[in-house]
Design a protein around this ligand. Sequence first.
Ligand code: AMP
Ligand code: MG
Length: 404
Amino acid sequence: MPTFEDARNIILNSVTPVGIERVAILDSLGRVITEEMVAPWDMPCFDNSAMDGFAVRAADCLEPASLQITGYIPAGGAATTRLEAGCAIRIMTGAPIPSGCDAVVPVEETEESDGRVRIKAGVTSRQHIRFKGEDVRSGETIIPAGTLIRPPEISMLASFGKAFVPVFCKARVAILSTGDELIELGEPLEAGRIINSNALSLAASVMEIGALPVILGIARDNPESHREKMREGLKADVLITSAGVSAGDRDLVREILAELGVEQVFWRVDIKPGGPTAFGIKDGKPIFSLPGNPVSTMVTFEELVRPALLKMMGHSRVIKPFVRAVLQSPARKKPGKINFLRVRLSSENGRYLAFSSGDQNTGILKTMLMADAIAMLPAERTEFSPGEEVDVHLLSGNVEMLEG
Ligand code: AMP
Ligand code: MG
């Protein structure tokens, strides 16, 4: 049975990016660019004013000076008239610097009357001018291949006229639920039935990282139903199944996947929750068989599936960083398996405090909702006392905790 880290490495080493495509710039948000972007021109592409004020010659303002205002250049205007000695040209932020000018004096530092402007002493050459190419030089790399596109990258791409961006494709992730007890959301709830919530929580997790869920519905606990749905699922880039992967006599997932040619890479991992997780490959496609308890399904997605999907979409940072937190509640576990503890986090004097979110039984969904983070309790340990440090990583939507 692989350890948690072995299992994650085996999975990561088995997957490769699904493909590349060119998309409209806004559709590249949250995706990974596949090619290096090079600046086709200087930015700024002309010398321009950094302030609303007056274009002057610094040499005219060594002493307090009164300069004649001889022109006006708004943003978007043209610097057609030359600035002569003893003169000033009114200029707005972003407007081109006229020839003859080597400094801009902000309007707040001037007094204007009768067509002249009074300037205090102490103007230095080059002040408040943004020079051509000072931000980016033509030919410079603006975005390396493999970069995640965020709003600043969008800004840079747009500034250089890149309306379309080459990015890694979104992985298409088929999601299959299994079990005779399941009904779909919206169907009448009869005795002994439960709603297929895993399909929706998995789809949400898939969407959250920018992949595309394909919900296949429910395979019933018989081979024909499994076969039919799984054949469909194997057409996607990834297949995730939930439930039916333990040792019950109706647990058919692994058996039918094998029949369909899926090579089982491992079954069972040294983790809790999530012990019965299986991983297989067919034609280079990964197949994840997750346990059915909603908490186990979500935790195994988070710890084992999410990194793989990110890698398939070209991301290089695929494993969430752990931070140290001071445990505030006692915890106890059996030796041998890593335990993922659902915790609430708070911060105090720059340190994170981790509180158990409550009952850690895998059947308890509520404590998953109350968790900000997952604490990873090492396999060999059994007793954890308040005050000791543990590794935690944040669950999605809790990035603000990093700032607390
Ligand atoms: P199993 O692995 O098939 O024994 O399922 C484990 C537990 O997860 C059972 O209590 C199931 O009812 C529950 N479960 C299985 N599939 C789903 C699902 N799609 N949505 C919510 N709960 C599920
Ligand atoms: Mg079942």
